[in-house]
Design a protein around this ligand. Structure first.
Ligand SMILES: [Zn+2]
Length: 150
């Protein structure tokens, strides 16, 4: 069953719950304007930053944990190309997993990556889970989870 996740608060709702009430597309917990459909359930941990992009990779929402994890306030990220905005790199990846998710419409999970938090001059290790959107807008949801070295 499809699951819908709120990019703002990471609340998950099953597809059946989504059609109840009068806010079928918004988040039933925080009231945010839209949720992202996932083909399989996904749990975003407290330290997982959720970022939504459009099909041109421009940030639409820097949501759940995005500011605490990246240091960037949401207004500084919106409209920016996501990899550039987050200092995101996928060393060793055979291709750009964000492009793969967008072009093939497939989710790309557990991609090792680095990102550069705001105000830092060193990169942090993380893993990225990338989910294509299934609506007509054709964007994606990026879930970025830092990993501790050592
Ligand atoms: Zn929400």
């Amino acid at each position: 069953m499809a699951v819908f996740i709120c990019p703002r608060c990471a609340h998950r709702a099953a597809g059946a719950e989504r059609t109840e009430g009068h806010q079928p597309r918004g988040c039933p917990r925080c009231g945010f304007g839209f949720t992202v459909e996932l083909m399989d359930d996904y749990y975003a941990g407290p330290l997982t930053a959720l970022v939504c992009c459009d099909r041109d990779r421009r940030v639409l929402v820097a949501g759940h944990a995005a500011t605490p994890i990246t240091g960037w306030p949401e207004h500084a990220l919106i409209g920016c190309e996501v990899s550039a905005a987050l200092g995101l790199a996928f060393p060793g990846a055979p291709d750009d997993p964000i492009a793969r998710a967008l072009e093939w419409g497939v989710r790309v999970l557990r991609q090792p990556c680095t990102f550069r938090p705001c105000g830092r001059d060193d990169d942090r290790d993380a893993v990225a889970d990338i989910f294509p959107a299934y609506d007509d807008d054709g964007g994606l949801l990026l879930a970025l989870t830092p990993v501790t070295k050592g």
